[in-house]
Write a protein that binds this ligand. Structure first.
Ligand code: RB5
Length: 151
């Protein structure tokens, strides 16, 4: 799904910081260009401050895809999904990460850092990166996600 030449965005709040660092290191070792939108320590901060710039860059097409983390994954995904063209999927097992790509054409993987371990998180990242959107009937459904015009 994601070309190694393309920039992969990563961002978290303090609760996701440690796991973000693990994922970032692993992805860089695997040859991906990872752009880190913060946060840069475990000091308490507001997830929206890291996620708005990341989601805006995906919305504007400057970045292909992203990974976002907070304690539950909810705050970061709610923030990211405010941007049209952003489809952030909250995932907790690799199968859901894979289906989020295959069926929903998700362009952001949202991880609940306080509820998944490193191994599962890295497996989810691999599943997300390795899975292509299936298109077909799912394409029609994904196209209906944006708020429709009133009839
Ligand atoms: C931080 O304590 C926590 O509220 C945050 O990481 C996240 O889970 C919010 O959705």
């Amino acid at each position: 799904m994601v070309d190694k030449e393309k920039i992969f965005a990563i961002g978290s709040d303090h609760a996701g910081y440690a796991l973000k660092e693990v994922i970032k290191r692993k992805m860089s070792q695997s040859g991906y260009t990872v752009s880190d939108y913060g946060t840069h320590s475990e000091e308490s901060m507001d997830y929206a401050d890291a996620i708005h710039p990341l989601a805006r860059d995906i919305h504007e097409g400057k970045v292909t895809a992203g990974i976002i983390l907070c304690g539950t994954g909810n705050g970061v995904s709610m923030t990211a999904n405010k941007y049209s063209g952003v489809r952030a999927a909250l995932c907790w097992i690799p199968e859901i990460a894979s289906l989020a790509r295959a069926h929903n054409d998700a362009n952001i993987l949202a991880i609940p850092a306080r509820f998944v371990g490193k191994e599962v998180a890295l497996e989810m990242v691999n599943a997300f990166i390795d899975t292509d959107f299936q298109g077909g009937r799912h394409e029609k459904r994904v196209k209906k996600i944006p708020i429709p015009e009133r009839m």
